[in-house]
Design a protein around this ligand. Sequence first.
Ligand code: UD1
Length: 427
Amino acid sequence: MERIIISGGSRLNGTVRISGSKNAALPLMAASLLTEDLLILENFPRLGDTDTLVKLLSHLGVEIGFDGPSEDNTFESVISLRAAGITDTAAPYDIVRKMRASILVLGPLLARCGRVTVSLPGGCAIGTRPVDLHLAALESLGAQLALRKGYIHARAPKGLTGTNIRFSSVSVGATENLLMAASLAKGTTILENAAREPEITDLAQCLCAMGANISGIGTSRLVVEGVNSLHGARYRILPDRIETGTYAIAAAITGGDVKLLNADKSTLHSQTESLSQVGVNFKTVDNGLNVSCDLSGLKSISITTQPYPGFPTDMQAQIMALLSTARGTSAISEAIFENRFMHVPELCRMGADITIRGTTAIINGIPRLKGAPVMATDLRASVSLVLAGLAAEGQTVVNRVYHLDRGYECLVEKLFALGADIRRDDV
Ligand code: UD1
């Protein structure tokens, strides 16, 4: 089993290149199903999750090719996807169970082919995560749905028809599925209480480059005028704001000074605001953002995770690692997922003083964490343990590295290049 071994205490210094966004790449790849033409995505992140979607799309008949990255990692990857003929409209359990975002093929396949079968993603480590919002909204567009033996069977023999949809709660995935489906529906679809994440804006802009007609982009009210067909496009994926925040905390937690090359500051407001309150310094520089921190000045704060533009749930575990060593008592409330504190017992094994009260974690800062063997349960929990390990006294061994590979491109290489004492081995 592969694991990551870190000897904590090295200050990080230098420049790290931020990769293309995982959570933007996944819906953009699914959008290739909407056209028989070529979709080319630049700044493509090579990750476990994007590999899983490559497998699923290939299974459905999409022809996929790659260019790059160069060996020195300075030339980014490009993926080309052509869904000239869809040979299968069923997304099997064996692939979907590996990654919940596989549900993103539901909307485009239904719109393009009039039928689709997708395995229900089921529960996962960070909560039950149902797909009821996706299904109810697709039904409003005229889809006929049936759930049988763990699979969603959806049909739209006469095509989908636009309508007004108000999501009862904000969902990133449901907004993305509906944007894609509505792009090829007859007439106008209005999506209200839509998610506003930058990754949704990226998807909407790419769909427009493919010939879709979408207005209200970046707001919670998206208006989609359906078109008969979409065409190919070349589109550049936005930088990953969660990877950016993660490296900002890596710099901060080691008292370092790091340039985040390609970071898109416009997508980071709530993160830079909260981290600035904690005592992290940000400076806009050419092509990115500089982060530095004086560890003796770290202060406690209170945060609640929220849909964008609020503080992202995907950064909750990482900021908790940082607050573990800040002076005073911090509170983090998790308002998006009901079971997303699984990193807490592991951080406590490293000496952190954290207690959970309902959906809030209370963190009493301590002067220094201590290295320990730790085990992670999901992607962001795993990376929070790596961050804690960078700061801790002694050695930290992070097991279940595959979680990290799902969402962080070259994590060990990037941290090593910044001066971390980190390596990967296989036992
Ligand atoms: C996406 C992100 C994930 C991030 C999350 C919230 C991708 C690939 N993943 O996940 O990294 O943590 O947004 O920012 O982009 N819900 C329902 N019914 C539904 C759909 C969602 O109850 O049909 C609930 C979920 O259980 C959760 C909340 O709504 O409590 C938000 O989920 P959602 O925004 O849909 O997250 P994902 O799209 O799965």
